[in-house]
Design a protein around this ligand. Structure first.
Ligand code: ADP
Ligand code: TYD
Length: 198
């Protein structure tokens, strides 16, 4: 069984919907499960959101995401030590996929640079679901959300999606690509099967 499970993908790809449903189902099946997310709902998470809103310097934004994650990892470790299944809506792969686009032409090999920064403290997920949906469809699904993040632009998200697929190709064992153009029920079933498989 997989204990530390992350959900990744571009904005509007279905991460929150799917992770919430999976959380509910696992709870109903009697598992001790936690659902958490990044950016977190803490003072550091609020700094991160401010960085995005104010279009801060990409390096500053990167370190804000990392600070928020470093704090979050301590909590993740406590939950896992208590034997819980931990589901996390966005985690380090979000930074590798999104900030690598922001850092293009600023650092030489952004994904490598970002991974190196995480090396010392990161807790590796047992399983990562990558929600894959066409960028136009994803943007269409969130068009009524009100205020969109500055990252929620077609050209930007196309590059993010490309980075995610590249990250998945590097770690085929950890990543499962989820086609979220299917019904929610079908996708949730696939997630439960993969999490509960020995
Ligand atoms: P994210 O967390 O990746 O930004 P959400 O889970 O908020 O994405 O999903 C965006 C919207 O897409 C939501 O309003 C959700 O109800 C809708 N949606 C429609 N069909 C699906 C589907 N098959 N899978 C997941 N979400 C879907
Ligand atoms: P989130 O609240 O998960 O937005 P959504 O529900 O639309 O997916 O994340 C807020 C924004 O922050 C989103 O555009 C993705 C971005 N982000 C990064 O750029 N790097 C990161 O490390 C994380 C966790 C999120």
């Amino acid at each position: 069984m997989k204990r530390f499970v992350t959900f990744e993908g571009i904005d509007g790809s279905g991460k929150s919907t799917i992770s919430k449903r999976v959380y509910k189902k696992l709870g109903e099946m009697g598992y001790d499960v936690v659902l958490t997310f990044e950016p977190t709902d803490t003072s550091l998470g609020r700094v991160v959101k401010k960085c995005i809103e104010e279009n801060s310097d990409p390096i500053v934004t990167t370190f804000a995401f990392i600070a928020d994650r470093m704090q979050h990892v301590k909590e993740l470790k406590r939950w896992l030590e208590r034997g819980k299944i931990v589901l996390c809506d966005r985690y380090a792969d979000s930074t590798y996929a999104y900030q690598a686009v922001q850092l293009e032409n600023i650092v030489e090999n952004p994904i490598r640079w970002l991974k190196d920064l995480h090396d010392e403290f990161i807790l590796k997920p047992d399983l990562t679901f990558l929600c894959v949906l066409d960028v136009d469809k994803a943007l269409d699904r969130i068009k009524n959300r009100g205020k969109l993040f500055s990252f929620e632009r077609k050209d930007f998200l196309k590059k993010v999606q490309r980075n995610y697929l590249y990250l998945a190709s590097l770690e085929k064992e950890r990543f499962v690509l989820l086609d979220t153009s299917r019904s929610i029920d079908e996708t949730v079933k696939e997630c439960l099967d993969k999490i509960l498989k020995r």
